[in-house]
Design a protein around this ligand. Structure first.
Ligand code: SF4
Length: 196
């Protein structure tokens, strides 16, 4: 697994939330979630390859400010759900951007509806559900736009689920997708993403 760097939560990035695109254009936001969403949207609008916006945005920032970053895929989240300081909206933004790209590449197969329903029941009763939109309406608005497009592309219908605090994923979308189990995070036994 390659190293995935991500900004530490709670630290304002020196120079702001900025990504310099390949054409030299600055993509600016009021949060990393917004920058990632904008990069994702711009590429889709310009019919460019989707790339990996979250990884690229974070890698660029972390090259500029390494002391403001941590190795995200080395972090093991405890069952208690502590992922100190790393805002859920930023983690979900990276996940949605990746799924958005995979869906547009046709690389995000769906599961049967009865399996979706079973997953929905599990997530709905799980203590780790958390609203990633939170109180930050401005910083998540563009992310919601990307999320809606990803849901539409997947042919997914909302079940009113929220984010997964442990995984940093949007479960309203994830329940529809064929996804590998996650063994880098300690998940509760009831979780459908846990290795059996
Ligand atoms: S994905 Fe697993 S841990 Fe996350 S909310 Fe759903 S059941 Fe809970």
């Amino acid at each position: 697994m390659s190293v995935m760097l991500a900004p530490k939560g709670g630290l304002a990035p020196p120079g702001g939330y900025v990504f310099i695109a390949g054409n030299g254009r600055r993509v600016v936001g009021s949060s990393w979630a917004q920058v990632i969403s904008r990069v994702t949207e711009q590429r889709a609008l310009n019919k460019q390859p989707p790339g990996e916006p979250a990884r690229e945005v974070y890698a660029q920032f972390c090259a500029r400010s390494p002391t403001h970053c941590y190795q995200a895929n080395r972090v093991v989240v405890s069952v208690a759900g502590q992922h100190a300081g790393h805002a859920l909206v930023n983690r979900v933004a990276g996940w949605i951007a990746g799924m958005f790209a995979a869906l547009y590449r046709g690389k995000a197969p769906l599961v049967e509806r009865n399996l979706v329903d079973a997953r929905v029941r599990v997530c709905r009763n799980c203590a780790y559900q958390e609203d990633w939109r939170g109180n930050c309406v401005g910083c998540s608005a563009s992310l919601v736009g990307v999320w809606k497009k990803a849901m539409k592309k997947a042919g997914a219908k909302t079940n009113g689920l929220r984010g997964c605090r442990l995984l940093g994923e949007d479960t309203d979308l994830s329940v529809w997708l064929e996804l590998p189990p996650r063994n880098d995070v300690v998940l509760p036994k009831h979780c459908w993403r846990a290795t059996s």
